[in-house]
Design a protein around this ligand. Structure first.
Ligand SMILES: Nc1ncnc2c1ncn2[C@@H]1O[C@H](COP(=O)(O)OP(=O)(O)OP(=O)(O)O)[C@@H](O)[C@H]1O
Length: 248
């Protein structure tokens, strides 16, 4: 469904992605994990066309994204921090987004689950510039799911949400995962990743250290908790010169 072929990206002298070769398939829910600055967001932005790699190609459904932006209609993206025109109301934003896609998408295909579940209609006339951080997150979630995309990219989706909202969003992600969509997730809340993911992609220094099914990893590491596995990965990779932790 998505294929990265030898993707590299350098900012100045800093190589942020090094020869990334990866394939994501339909039905996978991939937790993208790595230390701060390891290249996770740059990888996601490359897929979204917001960062142009220096080398390599990215394919979505076998279409090279370099030559045609139409692939973006297959992706729902929830950014870590949504930036919206402050003077638009929630209603105006939703209407503007649906207007842009008129003709491309049938209105029957629109997915209003999140709008309903978060009761956004009650505050539809509020200006985006006046919303709290958590409410903005809810709007970002609503937009990511609105067009029923086959691919969902969710960057820290539950950060800033209250416990009820977080649960509602997780249920929705779960539902879409069970429909066979491809979901790429980043989060520092490891329990969320554990609940939602089928695969773990571990990136460090712009290189893929590991991409495996979670169930297989748990077996190999003889651990039941993702947080323990990640701690082990980070400890080993971050301190190669230090004595190995007792459990390796
Ligand atoms: N536009 C840019 N110009 C220069 N350097 C950049 C740019 N974007 C990212 N970087 C650098 O690339 C490196 C990787 O950044 P990236 O945001 O991909 O990391 P990350 O894994 O998402 O980190 P975090 O977990 O902290 O969000 C960092 O050192 C960052 O400073």
């Amino acid at each position: 469904m998505i294929r990265f072929e030898n993707i590299s990206k350098t900012f100045g002298k800093h190589t942020v992605l090094q020869n990334i070769a990866l394939t994501f398939e339909q039905g996978q829910a991939v937790a993208i994990v790595g230390p701060n600055g390891s290249g996770k967001t740059t990888l996601i932005k490359s897929l979204l066309g917001m960062v142009i790699p220096d080398t390599g190609s990215i394919y979505v459904d076998n279409q090279n994204i370099k030559h045609d932006f139409s692939y973006r209609s297959k992706i729902g993206y929830m950014p870590q921090i949504g930036h919206y025109p402050p003077n638009l109301s929630i209603r105006q934003l939703i209407e503007m987004m649906t207007d842009i896609r008129k003709g491309i998408i049938d209105s029957k295909q629109l997915d209003f689950d999140i709008i309903k579940d978060f009761e956004l209609e009650k505050i539809y006339e509020k200006k985006l510039g006046t919303l709290s951080g958590g409410t903005k997150q809810k709007v970002s979630a609503a937009l990511a799911f609105l067009f029923d995309p086959q691919i969902l990219i969710l960057d820290e989706p539950t950060a800033g949400l209250d416990p009820l909202a977080s649960e509602i969003l997780k249920q929705k992600i779960f539902k879409e995962k069970n429909k066979g969509k491809l979901i790429l997730l980043t989060s520092h809340i490891l329990s969320d990743l554990e609940e939602l993911s089928s695969h773990l992609l571990y990136i460090q220094d712009g290189q893929i250290q590991l991409f495996k099914q979670l169930s297989q990893l748990k077996e190999e590491y003889d651990e039941t908790r993702l947080s323990k596995i990640i701690a082990r990965l980070m400890q080993v990779k971050l301190s190669p010169s230090l004595p190995q932790p007792y459990w390796v």
